[in-house]
Design a protein around this ligand. Sequence first.
Ligand code: ADP
Ligand code: ADP
Length: 226
Amino acid sequence: MARIRFQNVDKKYPNGFHAVKDLELDIAHREFVVLLGPSGCGKSTTLNMIAGLEEVSNGELLFDDEMVNYAPPHRRDVAMVFQSYALYPHKSVFDNIAFGLHMRKRPAHEIERRVRDAAKRLEIDHLLDRRPSHLSGGQRQRVALGRAMVRDPAVFLMDEPLSNLDAALRISMRAEIKELHRAMATTFVYVTHDQAEALTLADRIVVMCDGLVQQIGAPDEIYERP
Ligand code: ADP
Ligand code: ADP
């Protein structure tokens, strides 16, 4: 289960910059929420607060009914995929996907099964022995998705995961991410500045501007205009 609630949350960076202002947001278990807005409006900051990578300055962040303001990233049941794939260049695809499971000291047979299941779903099971440098951008991003998937997190966080891909791949991978959401039956929070991406993926879109929420609604509520 993972319902995520921001209650009057502010984020001020140490230099005094007020990046997120009085955020009220209630994300339901299994919902796909897209944070949409121009560069610098506070989307990544919001996502990073969910991940525990940035501290909440004011207000409360809750996972289900638990206040997590002070919980470090490894105590939160979240996995994150970034725009840059952040793969280990000297490890094989298999070991890149397995890394988090090794860290958690999962038994070898379980690691093997989970990695192969994820790789199959993402159609990279023929690439498990390769190094990341021998993969295309789309394949690398699938490895990053696989690494997040195998941890079976309650919350999936994605920060512009498709931005480094070419236009055609971006469109085909939208469908894959939507399918992943269906298959994993868990909560997704996804950051993008791409309106079309938000429209295809979201159950609800949160439009942000200058650290403030401007609009929240289903895609048709936000974009249906006479
Ligand atoms: P977005 O994801 O919408 O592009 P960010 O959340 O990354 O926006 O950043 C929001 C604002 O906060 C930007 O103006 C950015 O420069 C600023 N910011 C981000 N990180 C820091 C930081 N560590 N210190 C100071 N300001 C920051
Ligand atoms: P994006 O817009 O893709 O989210 P940015 O290029 O804004 O990323 O930020 C990349 C990194 O730099 C982040 O870790 C962010 O916290 C940090 N950062 C962004 N703006 C500032 C800033 N004004 N001062 C210090 N760090 C910043």
